[in-house]
Design a protein around this ligand. Structure first.
Ligand SMILES: *Cc1c(COP(=O)(O)O)cnc(C)c1O
Length: 402
């Protein structure tokens, strides 16, 4: 039997210049992290014991008292909120999403983002009620105090490039005020490199994805205070059952964290920066495309190439260019979350040097072709958006008969 899934099931190969995207399979998991996963898949293990070993690694890496592994960050958000509603009361754990008593979870309005699904839904899944604080572009201390005054079971703080940054309450201020009211703070840091910050500031729990920058298998990592982590872990006897972390997830997260501890971060960064520099050179001559090296929005140590398209000169809109790249084989995925602003970003983290060359050649080719053939600038953003919406609903799509 052919062990190559791309050949065996006719899958489209993807060059991923977009970053760690769940919808593209998140990360390239290194062989070193896959080996222990493969071993545990062929064996039995006491899951309580495995999770306690994982907790020790999480505690070491994050500086937290304790830790546990969940199916993913979204599951961790739901289960940490659940922990704040039930504590370690097993009867209450089994009763969720119904619960007596305080159910309010406060969070800044500008943090109610969509990472592929909405933040507020991950909270409501536990049976909690969401209380947005402040406006999208203004969350002030008085908004937070006022909300906490009315009572809250938990507060959530989301660090994400999607979150609104304008007049945002800094994390340290947010945590300090919540502690004044004895309200535990859950920090969602799913795609952030800073593994120690929130815990050191006094967050009750900090959440990371094992499959994003950590390059592990699909998993969520929760670090925090012992009582909070115990109550989070015990949710596997309740709503956590529907979002179960299997032995492969737990071992995968453990391996990823240990590899992260030993990784030569400076060397990885140098290789990523070299790819950015290569793209800047390779694309510099293209009329209508302006380039700059753009530091990560939330302060992760990554730079990306920002391509700003001037459609009148380039002969193509940014969304058309992204679509053309995606239609190639292999598919080239660029970071296209801001194409409506005529911006495309190239992320160096998940491409090889050869793939980086292919990406540059493809962009040059597509811009040249759009210009000579004159097919660009036909589709407005409104057209492109409605096509994108329709394609969401057209799953599973059509397969060619060949
Ligand atoms: C990716 C992401 C999530 C969801 O992470 P999963 O582990 O894929 O469930 C949650 N919050 C933020 C801020 C994210 O970036």
């Amino acid at each position: 039997m052919n062990g190559n899934p791309f050949e065996r099931w006719d899958l489209t190969p993807v060059i991923n210049a977009s970053g760690t995207m769940t919808f593209l399979g998140a990360s390239r998991v290194p062989a070193e992290a896959r080996a222990p996963v493969d071993r545990i898949l062929g064996a039995f293990v006491d899951m309580d014991e495995l999770q306690s070993r994982a907790g020790a690694i999480i505690a070491r890496v994050t500086g937290a008292e304790a830790g546990c592994v969940t199916a993913c960050s979204a599951a961790a958000m739901t289960q940490t909120v659940a922990a704040c509603l039930t504590g370690t009361n097993l009867s209450r754990i089994e009763s969720l999403p119904r619960s007596e008593g305080e159910r309010r979870v406060v969070l800044p309005t500008g943090h109610i983002v969509n990472y592929g699904a909405p933040v507020d839904q991950a909270i409501r899944l536990a049976g909690a009620d969401v209380v947005p604080v402040g406006a999208v572009n203004a969350c002030e201390t008085w908004h937070l105090r006022d909300a906490l005054e009315n009572g809250a079971a938990a507060a959530m703080y989301v660090v994400s490039h999607h979150a609104a940054r304008e007049n945002e309450l800094p994390m340290d201020v947010f945590i300090r005020i919540c502690r004044d009211y004895d309200v535990p703070v859950i920090v969602d840091m799913a795609s952030e490199y800073d593994l120690t910050g929130p815990v050191s500031l006094g967050a009750a729990a900090a959440i990371y994805s094992g499959h994003k920058f950590l390059s592990g298998v699909t998993s969520g990592i929760v670090a925090g205070k012992s009582d909070m982590i115990r109550a989070t872990y015990l949710q596997h006897r309740g709503i956590g059952r529907t979002m179960k972390a299997g032995k492969e997830s737990v071992v995968g997260a453990m391996a990823a964290l240990e590899i992260w501890e030993k990784r030569d971060h400076a060397a990885v960064r140098a290789a990523e920066n070299a790819r950015v520099a290569f793209w800047m050179r390779a694309l510099s001559g293209l009329p209508g495309l302006s380039l700059d090296s753009h530091a990560d929005w939330t302060g992760n140590p990554i730079s990306r190439v920002r391509i700003t398209v001037a459609p009148a000169t380039a002969g193509i809109h940014a969304w058309e260019l992204a679509d053309r790249l995606a239609a190639r084989r292999p598919r080239i995925a660029v970071r296209d979350g801001l194409v409506e602003r005529q911006e495309i970003y190239l992320d160096p983290c998940n491409v090889t040097d050869d793939e980086a060359e292919t990406v540059a050649e493809a962009i040059v080719e597509e811009v040249d072709r759009a210009k000579t053939a004159g097919y660009g600038r036909r589709m407005t953003w409104s057209d492109a958006k409605s096509i994108r919406e329709a394609s969401v609903l057209s799953w599973p799509g059509e397969r060619d008969a060949s």
